[in-house]
Design a protein around this ligand. Sequence first.
Ligand SMILES: *Cc1c(COP(=O)(O)O)cnc(C)c1O
Length: 501
Amino acid sequence: MLLDTQTNLVIDREIEQFFDSQSKHAYEEYIQKAMRYVTSFLDRNQFYSGDFISDFTSKQHLITPDPNINLTIDEALDEIKELYLDHTIAFHHPAYVAHLNCPVLLPAIVGDLVASSVNTAIETWDQSTSATLIEQEMIRWICSEMRLPDTSDGVFTSGGTQSNFMALLLARDDYAFKHFGLNLKENGWSEVVSKFRFFCSEKAHFSIKKNAALMGMGYNAVIPVAVDDKMKMKPDVLVQAIEKEKQSGNIPVGIIATAGTTDFGSFDPLQTIAKIAREYDIWFHVDGAYGGSYILTETHQHLLSGIEQADSVTIDFHKTMFQPVCSSAFLVRDTKHFKYVSYYADYLNPLEHRDEEYPNLIEKSIQTTRRFDALKLWFTLKMTGTKTLGAFLEKVHYLALDLYYNIKDDLYFDIAHKPELSTLVFRYIGLNVDSDTLHDTINLYIKNTLFKSGQASVASTKLDGKVYLKFTLLNPKSTIDDLLNIIQMIKDTGKDYKNHN
Ligand SMILES: *Cc1c(COP(=O)(O)O)cnc(C)c1O
């Protein structure tokens, strides 16, 4: 028995829990046992068990660790099955069509397991060595798919929100430096920055406004631009908005175009917007969190043309490249712009030891300790391949289109748009109802009832103030029959509304 004399705790069993050369057998045993439990999660026939939050109150003792009892691996797995695996949301289930959560690829899971076990921290060369080269190569690969120039570069981020943050930050600091000689990184806020304005479509992701607020500029620094009936930013309205801001003494500093809006999957006209950004000499960011991956397809590549002119790009591999969260990247046209986030810390990456040959990725990131998220993408590109990824994406697009043609003439539905990507937004309309408010209530009733029953998870959103339902299709194994099945449930639940209310 090993007695830690300082704490007086018996640690002889638990010390074997460290991942090292003595725990190889335990490692295999733990992982194999965990795998068996995870596969039981795959056997579930519903996307969700349908529990209310109150159903978990009786399980509070499972949620809270007991300081006096250390469980065995079997006990812990039993508990987590009862608490989580039997109840959590299964994104791979064909009845899950709510948000931008994809089913994940096995090669990516292997990458995540390896990365977590080895626990590489990617921020400096001396903590990661070849892992740094792998992340850089994944970045180089996606930059070249986007046809960004040789000066381009990028970094893995926690998601589209963080990538968009970096875009706004670089755009702002670069403008302040170029036009006012300001060094915001060193000296902080300057009054003129209150006049800086960003432009994006009214359907852009909320993280644009949220990030502007986090940067101290406020929501009002983001000017929403109207969209056409296909939910694409109207370039003439963009120009008017820029002119209007200039007239009132404000300073346009950047345009954010969306390649695949979160709700409608619509692509803003990138070529035209790129030209406008160039004419005003302001930053051009493309938020391709959802649609950026479609650069790998034949069907959608043309919608991304213009992205090669972007000053920066957001792409989420954990949305449309079937990666477990997190896996996402921020790309920039010219690597020199990373100077606005770089910091040289004596203990990590001192400037006097800077060596181009031995890169420290921390110089490009707003994070310090950072996971080796590029490894899962590496496994995916090696084992699944870019062509197949493109084919998967085409498949989910055609699924959305097929669904659209199936229900577009159905009197029970009002359809918001024809799918450009893989979402479909529509509204159930009861035939004997003519109040918009009641329709809103019925659509929310449908969404909530299906969710609670564990039968299907559909999202909702608003269009012109009215509640709509949304399908987000990211599962290439789903079939049109799976989807029509959900459509039938929606109709049945909608018709049933009056019996319950
Ligand atoms: C999802 C999404 C984001 C945010 O990405 P996260 O990875 O969730 O942070 C940003 N922009 C668009 C267009 C999105 O769809």
